[in-house]
Every structure is written in structure tokens, then in C-alpha cells.
Design a protein around this ligand. Structure first.
Ligand code: MN
Length: 487
């Protein structure tokens, strides 16, 4: 087990003081979890050790690693917070306490009511106090999901569902794209076993074929880039996450053959100038598909994501999505806020990253933590962290994540096309609101349906999501002749 400690300490990110702190935390955890076993039969210490390793791989600071090693100590061992504070300092104790408190949130009540509103609120609040508490909790959940098969059947589904409804969306909001996808894919077979089996049947060979194809074209692309004197750091393939693939197929009524980004190619180059040069070379040799060239470097996504995307007819005329980015953009896309913490703690900040840091959510978070530190009332502020996005709930407690200014119509289409097409009104807190009403965070929205499914072209003036717009347009394209005949 001590090899785990050695691995963590190898990270050049930690200074001597940090290494000492981590070693002390590790030894404390080993002593306290002595003779305890996981259901899998492994020594219990393997769990906090895995959680700490994950966070160390994301370059989190030594105090977070120390807290991760002790995150289950208060619950499962005689160790007290006071002892942790004496041995490892107030900040580590504070983080351990935060994680312990989060673990005490009883989701089972929420699940009974089929509502996650309270749990989400508590998570957001914990986030406000110290984002590292959530990062430890997310790493904890990842390992618990990886070892879920050891738990009794009835527990598996509940935990997997919690993961889908609470943890994965939070990872997503923090910009931790890789973790979000991993959590979702681990939960998918437990929550939707039939759908998962279906997807595997439909997609398995496709995944393999596409991955092989991208492997095959890698050397060709690399050669073309080197010929153009572009320094290439890495070319790798990105396989689409399973649950997001499934959702895309259901939502868009798609055939697996029409999913163009099942396996995408990723090209990593040292700087922004090289990114555009790569795009130039790609388009010189391969014709791009109209409307699929996306410049998220000039116009980053609201969560700070940056990259160039293009979809081209590549070798042998096959369609491939290509994503082009710098190492900093890559780290940010995969680790989100964890990457931010890593840099600001390690003092390794560089100019490129300083720019990325200015993306809205990191700036928001900074304000957010400042207010939390100064002891201000943060209950109103906590939602500002999600500026540009709002959480809206169905009466059953299902959460939808919508852009600011979204209307009940956007909400209805986000749930189901049929519901959108048949909306005639909406109630919020029992009161009827107009269809162009701008939804507020935490609104619980009840959609009133008419018997006839018929959207109005007028709606296009005020709906906010592309989804609602395209669904409305699609309805009119499809129903125009019938519609006219009926008039
Ligand atoms: Mn744990």
C-alpha cells in the first residue's frame, strides 16, 4: 500500500512541506483504518488512497490530498476532527469536516419524493464554502462507482441514480468534462440497463471500426502537419461517452450512422497560432462539411471551453470530426476547475492560463469564495456562480439546465418534443405565467398541455434554446400542408 504514497509524492507539484503533510495524513489514515475491509475484500485504506491519487493526478494542493486521505476517518474510525486539526492543521480539518457533512446528506428522502432539489441546494452551498470539498466528494464518488458491482443490487441503482442526477451535473458545471462523462458512463448500465444493452448492441462494432480508422489516418495527418512545419505535441482519438451518445441518439432521432463524432481526432499543438495553421492544413487536404467549423477559441463556450472543431471528408471520403487545441486548453477541457486550482496553488501560472482564468465561471467563483470567506450572506450569491445557466425543476423534481432567459416553452422542449408541441401554458408555484415568461433559478414549472399538438411560429421570437427553435421549425416543415388544409 505504501507504493500509493510513493506515487503521490512523486508529483513534482508538491514542495517538502506538502510532502510531509501528505505523509503524516497517510500514516494517520493507515493506522485508523487498520483491519477495516471494503465489501470488495480490499483493505479499507485502498479507498481513500485511490481518491487521493486521483486528486494528485489533477495536481491539487497538498492540503486537499491530506483531506482526501482522511475523508472517511470521522465516520468510520475513532479519529476526531480535533485530532486532525492538531496533527494536520485547521484547513485540512475544515476540508474533512466539509466532506463528512456532505456525506450525511440523506438523498434517500429525495429519491422517495423523486426530487433532488434539496440535495442540489446543499451541494451548491458546500461548493460556496470551499470548492475543494466538492472535488474530494466527486473523486470519492468516482471510486465508489468504479467498485459499485460489489454492493447489493438494490443499493447499486440508487447510488447510480444519485450519481447521474447530482454528481455528474456538478462535475459538468465545474468544467470537469472527463469526470462528468466517466461518472455518467459508470452509472448508465445500472440506471438504464435495457437502454445500455441496446446501445452496446448497436454501437459496439461502430466504435471499434471508427477507432481503428482514426488510428489509421493518424500518421497521414501527422506527416502533413510536419511537412507544413507545424510542431505537433500529440494526436489522439477521443471516443464519445456512452450516455451522451445515447441521449443524442434519442433526442435527435438519430441512426448511429449519422453520429459524426463517435470517435473524434484530437490534435494538440503548442500555441493558438499553430491551432489555426492546423485548421488551414486540414482544410487544404480535406473538404469541411458546411456549418460544422466551430471556433471556440475566438468565441469560447460559456464554461470556458476552447478548441477549434471541424468535420471533414477525410481519407477514403470518410467523415471525421477533428478537434484542435493547445495543452492548456486541453487540460482545462478535461479538468475544469481542478486545473484552475492546480495552477493557482502551485504558482505555475502562465500567461495563457491567466487568460483562461478570466472565463466567467472562474471569475464568478472567485467572488463567490471571497464573499463566503468574509462571512457575508451567500445564500443569494451562490446561484450567481451559475450565471448564464439556470436550474429549473419539474413538479417531480427532475432538473433541467437551461440558459438564462429561457421560457416555459424551452423547458417543455427540453423534456420532450411532444410536450413542447402541445404546451398551452405553464404554472409556477401554482400560478399561471405567460409563455414568454423568463424562468428563474429553482422555479418548479408545471406545463399545461392542450389536446392539439400545434406550436406557434410566434414562439420563435422569444424562445432561447436552439433545441426549441429547431423543434418548432421541424414541426412546421413537417405539418405545413395538413395545417393549411385544416384552415
Ligand atoms: Mn469515501
Amino acid at each position: 500500500m505504501d507504493s500509493v504514497l510513493a506515487t503521490i509524492l512523486q508529483n513534482p507539484h508538491f514542495n517538502d512541506e506538502g510532502k510531509k503533510l501528505i505523509t503524516r495524513a497517510y500514516n494517520t489514515a493507515v493506522i485508523n483504518h487498520k483491519n477495516q475491509k471494503r465489501i470488495s475484500g480490499e483493505d479499507l485504506i485502498s479507498h481513500p488512497a485511490t481518491v487521493a491519487t486521483f486528486l494528485s493526478e489533477h495536481n491539487l494542493d497538498a492540503k486537499t490530498i491530506a483531506a482526501a486521505l482522511l475523508h472517511d476517518s470521522i465516520e468510520d474510525t475513532p479519529l476526531t476532527l480535533k485530532t486532525i486539526e492538531e496533527k494536520l492543521g485547521g484547513e485540512v480539518a475544515f476540508l474533512v469536516e466539509g466532506v463528512t457533512k456532505l456525506s450525511k446528506i440523506d438523498y434517500s428522502d429525495d429519491i422517495k419524493k423523486a426530487s433532488h432539489i434539496d440535495s442540489l441546494k446543499k451541494m451548491l452551498f458546500a461548493m460556496a464554502q470551499d470548492i475543494r470539498v466538492i472535488l474530494i466528494k466527486l473523486a470519492d464518488r468516482l471510486h465508489n462507482m468504479q467498485t459499485l458491482s460489489y454492493l447489493p443490487t438494490e443499493k447499486r441503482k440508487r447510488i447510480a441514480q444519485e450519481t447521474l442526477e447530482i454528481y455528474a451535473p456538478i462535475a459538468g458545471r465545474l468544467g470537469m468534462g472527463q469526470l462528468k462523462g466517466d461518472l455518467e458512463d459508470l452509472a448508465f448500465p445500472y440506471v438504464y440497463p435495457q437502454e445500455y444493452a441496446w446501445l452496446m448492441k448497436v454501437a459496439k462494432n461502430k466504435f471499434a471500426n471508427r477507432a481503428q480508422y482514426v488510428e489509421n489516418i493518424k500518421p497521414i495527418i501527422k506527416r502533413r502537419l510536419l511537412e507544413a512545419n507545424i510542431p505537433v505535441i500529440d494526436i489522439h482519438s477521443r471516443v464519445k461517452h456512452q450516455l451522451s451518445l445515447y441521449k443524442k441518439m434519442v433526442k435527435e432521432d438519430l441512426d448511429i450512422n449519422n453520429i459524426l463524432d463517435l470517435v473524434a481526432m484530437r490534435i494538440i499543438v503548442p500555441d493558438i497560432k499553430s491551432c489555426y495553421e492546423v485548421l488551414g492544413v486540414i482544410h487544404k487536404y480535406y473538404k469541411p462539411l458546411a456549418g460544422l467549423i466551430k471556433d471556440f477559441i475566438a468565441v469560447p463556450k460559456p464554461n470556458g471551453y476552447r478548441s477549434l472543431h471541424t468535420t471533414v471528408f477525410c481519407e477514403k471520403g470518410k467523415i471525421v470530426e477533428i478537434q484542435i487545441r493547445t495543452p492548456e486548453m486541453h487540460e482545462f477541457a478535461e479538468s475544469g476547475i481542478a486545473a484552475h486550482w492546480a495552477y493557482s496553488e502551485g504558482g505555475k501560472e502562465n500567461a495563457t492560463f491567466a487568460n483562461q482564468k478570466e472565463t466567467y465561471w472562474v471569475a464568478e467563483l472567485r467572488n463567490f469564495l471571497k464573499s463566503a470567506e468574509s462571512g457575508e450572506d451567500i445564500s443569494g450569491l451562490k446561484m450567481d456562480f451559475f450565471k448564464n445557466r439556470i436550474f429549473v425543476f419539474t413538479p417531480k423534481g427532475e432538473v433541467k439546465d437551461l440558459p438564462e432567459g429561457a421560457t416555459p416553452i424551452d423547458f417543455a422542449y427540453a423534456i420532450h418534443t411532444d410536450l413542447g408541441n402541445s404546451i398551452k401554458g405553464a404554472k409556477i408555484g401554482g400560478k399561471i405565467v405567460p409563455l414568454e415568461y423568463e424562468l428563474k433559478n429553482e422555479d418548479v414549472v408545471e406545463i399545461l398541455k392542450s389536446k392539439i399538438k400545434k406550436p406557434s411560429l410566434d414562439w420563435l421570437r422569444f424562445v432561447k434554446t436552439n433545441q426549441a427553435q429547431s423543434k418548432i421549425r421541424a414541426w412546421f416543415r413537417k405539418n405545413k400542408p395538413i395545417h393549411n388544409a385544416n384552415q
